[in-house]
Design a protein around this ligand. Sequence first.
Ligand SMILES: [Zn+2]
Ligand SMILES: [Zn+2]
Length: 127
Amino acid sequence: MYCKNCGEQMNDNQAICLKCGVKTCQGEGFCANCGQTVAPGAEVCLSCGVAVKKAGGDYGKYDKIVIALVCFFLGGLGIHNFMLGETKKGIVKIVLSLLCGIGSILALIDFIRILMDKYEVNPDKAF
Ligand SMILES: [Zn+2]
Ligand SMILES: [Zn+2]
């Protein structure tokens, strides 16, 4: 794989780029799969067709603070998931909240991940 910050080739198990010192999941100037430059905001690498994986902490048009607050107060109903287009996660939280009340525990985990910039928006996942 390649450093997404500087395009340098590196080992798959490397956590930090030896050339620029940036963590492997950070930066978005280069494709991690082929090392070619990708346009800012591009969803797919034009050189190899692989989806450009977004790092955590990207909530589109919403502020991190907004998502964190919504998650904290309304997270048990999956409201923050619906705001981020993650319908599956939202529905799972509502169902779990109604059935046994653990939807809010999932929301709390989301909340911590959001604070730590570890939350990854993924509409295909249910958790
Ligand atoms: Zn680098
Ligand atoms: Zn590529």
